[in-house]
Design a protein around this ligand. Structure first.
Ligand code: XMP
Length: 527
């Protein structure tokens, strides 16, 4: 196993991800763990330590120090950015403060033949120097090597961009090998964990399930746990994982706000209640939600109403489970970064998302978040390993307020019923249409696709009669991070089929339009 000590960098989780991708088990712990903890890790078969980057300065007396014990464990240590500086300053080198921050792309010359960088290069200069294309982000830098270290990498503005003590197997890099912008980063981390630390690359998702199950059992003991199940990927995987760990100690509360997709409630109840045998309480709160939403047209107010009502209904159900001590949530790593950004005011709230950290403290429950360290694709893989159906695990994301933000203006049950039918047709056709070039379905080729209900009426003609009915807009986007998105260039024939089916099959809709706006300046949802 590899231990990652965290000094507060935004990208520490990426280190863990890369180590997992190398097929090696790792855990992240705070940077100030004590000697007893480190000895315990040693007993568990610790093979190496990685020190993360940080926002603070190794030069600053108040900043965290690396526990000296780390350097006495006899295992290889890799310091990244701040981790390298802390290593340098604690082992007798010098770190200098700088008010000039170097940030972004850099080309680093890899010196000599250290075990870490040997034969790893992006290109070789005419003079025969191996060069690495890397991502740098630092202010301070190491200006004097500690005893026993040799220079491993340099740039003109950062003469000591890498250092190595090959006897003790201590390495430091000023750049970030964990981010994809450092093209050889993966090779470097693989080299460290597999070759230098000697970890075999046989750790995989089923192993992860076993470890996560053991951790959950240890954490909750014989206590009861409740979980808000939405049917989305994250809460579903969390539910399946926790159920595997503690069985009937878990109760899921599935709040149906009446703004779900067609047959969604039935599907959730079938998969969890019947197939997996999870205790699920289905609360049909449609009337309560519709009542609260009546007359409200403002998107943000609608979100708040839905969020508040959700919490209320959930809390009432949870309150009935007197024995529950834990509240489980499907928080995944990107949520953790996003809400950290929101707390520090770095991320501007364009739309308030109610499902992250929205549940109140008044329940007096401890938080159980078993997916907190995983990225979305890892959560999906975990879901498959737990036996969840592929279509559920690879489903497009669905917003917490559901159709509430896809019915423009006032939400009415009648509108939701029309929209559900139109949306189901669109999704069915996307799943059935295969792109010849890639062999993938258009559902898989789009990141998110849905129908939007426009509460305006337009004139149409059907048979001999005139119609005066509502409009539905189709939205399909392609994106990797949902921060920016392109509208999907769906084939005309597919759009034609969807339009014709919706107009013919959904009485009350007589016009279908396709949204050709990208984000920015538009957003993915219409509200
Ligand atoms: P926008 O519309 O902001 O959407 O481009 C980006 C992603 O966020 C989802 N989204 C939400 N998810 N509660 C959620 O849980 C919300 O209020 C909400 N609003 C937008 C949206 O579906 C897309 O995936």
């Amino acid at each position: 196993r590899i231990l990652i000590l965290d000094y507060g960098s935004q990208v520490t989780q990426l280190i863990a991800r890369r180590v997992r991708e190398a097929g090696v088990f790792c855990e992240i712990h705070p940077g100030d763990v004590d000697a007893a903890f480190l000895e315990e890790q040693q007993g568990l078969g610790l093979k190496g330590v990685i020190l993360s980057g940080s926002h603070s300065s190794a030069y600053d007396e108040a900043s965290l120090k690396v526990p000296q014990k780390v350097f006495e464990l006899g295992v290889p240590v890799l310091g990244i950015c701040y981790g390298m500086q802390a290593m340098a300053s604690q082992l007798g080198g010098t770190v200098s403060w700088s008010d000039h921050r170097e940030f972004g792309y850099a080309e680093v010359r890899a010196h000599g033949h250290t075990a870490l960088l040997k034969d790893i290069a992006d290109f070789v200069t005419p003079e025969g120097h191996g060069m690495l294309k890397v991502w740098m982000s630092h202010g301070d830098k190491v200006t004097e090597l500690p005893e026993g270290f040799v220079l491993m990498a340099s740039t003109p503005s950062c003469p000591i961009a890498g250092m190595a003590d090959e006897t003790r197997h201590f390495y430091g890099v000023q750049f970030h090998p964990e981010v994809t912008h450092t093209t050889q980063g993966r090779a470097l981390l693989n080299r460290f964990v597999n070759d230098i630390c000697g970890c075999s690359n046989d750790w995989n998702m089923p192993d992860y399930v076993e470890e996560a199950v053991a951790r959950i059992r240890e954490q909750v003991g014989t206590d009861d746990v409740i979980l808000g199940l939405s049917g989305g990927v994250d809460s579903s995987v969390a539910a399946a994982l926790i159920h595997k760990a503690i069985g009937d100690q878990l109760t899921c509360v599935f709040v149906d706000h009446g703004l779900l997709r067609l047959n969604e409630a039935e599907q959730v109840m079938t998969i969890f209640g019947e197939h997996l045998g999870v205790n699920v309480i289905h609360v049909d709160a449609t009337d309560a939600f519709m009542g609260k939403l009546a007359g409200e047209t403002d998107p943000e107010k609608k979100r708040k109403i839905i969020g508040r009502e959700f919490v209320e209904v959930f809390q009432e159900e949870a309150g009935k489970r007197k024995s529950a001590r834990w509240l489980a949530q499907g928080t995944i790593y990107p949520d953790v970064i996003e809400s950290a950004g929101a707390k520090t005011g770095k991320a501007v709230a364009i739309k308030s998302h109610h499902n992250v950290g929205g549940l109140p403290d008044t329940l007096n429950l401890q938080l159980l978040e078993p997916l907190r360290e995983l990225f979305k694709d890892e959560v999906r893989e975990l879901g498959l390993a737990l036996g969840l159906p592929h279509h559920m695990v690879y489903r497009h994301p669905f917003p917490g307020p559901g159709l509430g933000v896809r019915i423009l203006g006032e939400v009415k049950k009648e509108y939701a019923d029309l929209l559900r039918k139109a949306d189901a047709i669109f999704i069915e056709e996307l799943r059935n249409a295969t792109d010849e070039e890639t062999g993938k379905t258009w559902y898989d080729l789009t990141s998110q696709a849905f129908a939007v209900f426009l509460p305006v009426k337009s004139v149409g003609v059907m048979g001999d009669g005139r119609t005066y009915d509502y409009v539905v807009a189709l939205r399909a986007v392609q994106t990797s991070d949902f921060m920016t998105a392109d509208w999907a260039q769906l084939p005309y024939s597919l759009l034609a089929r969807v339009s014709s089916r919706i107009i013919n099959e959904v009485r009350g809709i007589n016009r279908v339009v396709y949204d050709v706006s990208s984000k920015p300046p538009a957003t993915i949802e219409w509200e």
